[in-house]
Design a protein around this ligand. Structure first.
Ligand code: NI
Ligand code: MN
Length: 225
């Protein structure tokens, strides 16, 4: 069993009844965030990259809740230098944590800290937890190697950015879902700011027209996988 709560933008809270993991916790300064950072309880923080709308409140959660940050080497080192616990990984590598397995994948994007420092490569992440495997694309353009991600692991749930401008737009995201063939596709990274306005129902309809399942999650909604 895995409970998935959508914290808006690219952020999710995962809860298997024992462990809690938050992905890209951007709450403070996020006009669509359904919860304040102090209401989000997490033991682990998985980061796809260091841009402010993904790093977000990660250091605050790690510091106040003694949570472990899991990220690519450069970003994990940055977190360590800020005085919080971090586990360094990199693209292509997987590691078994007490809650499950984390594997970082490629993502075509950038990654820099709030101070403008190079933070290594941006990533997507495949997380197996509570008997389910999720693929969170991070911020990325469409790439053919997504087919390999779907071949290496059966993906129960794929979180795909659809907001365009910085990432895939709707039509590229639909193609990404075709490549990965997940059990369920959830659109992310849209409508947080005017520049990434997109209609998630259009994405869902186009995915369903390809014979696959999609679900538009409300901000703060919890889904049991
Ligand atoms: Ni980004
Ligand atoms: Mn972003």
């Amino acid at each position: 069993m895995l409970k998935l709560t959508y914290l808006s933008h690219s952020s999710f809270l995962l809860d298997d009844g024992t462990h809690t993991v938050v992905i890209d916790p951007f709450l403070t300064g996020n006009p669509t965030a359904p919860l304040a950072v102090d209401s989000v309880k997490a033991q682990y923080v998985v980061l796809t990259h260091a841009h402010g709308d993904h790093l977000g409140d990660a250091l605050d959660i790690a510091e106040k809740q003694n949570a472990l940050i899991i990220a690519v080497n450069e970003l994990a080192n940055y977190a360590s230098e800020k005085g919080v616990n971090a586990h360094n990984m990199h693209i292509g590598g997987a590691y078994n944590f007490p809650f499950g397995r984390v594997k970082f994948t490629i993502a075509h994007h950038g990654s820099s800290s709030p101070e403008g420092l190079y933070m290594g490569e941006p990533a997507g992440v495949v997380i197996t937890m509570g008997g389910k495997t999720l693929y969170h694309c991070g911020d990325t353009g469409l790439f053919l190697d997504m087919q390999l991600i779907g071949e290496r692991d059966h993906i129960d749930c794929m979180m795909a950015p659809i907001g365009d401008n910085f990432t895939m737009g709707i039509d590229d995201a639909v193609k990404a879902v075709e490549f990965v063939k997940p059990g369920l596709a959830i659109p992310i990274h849209y409508n947080t700011f005017p520049v990434i306005a997109a209609d998630p129902q259009v994405f869902a309809k186009k995915v369903e027209a390809q014979g696959m399942q999609a679900r538009v999650m409300e901000y703060g909604e919890t889904l049991e996988l």
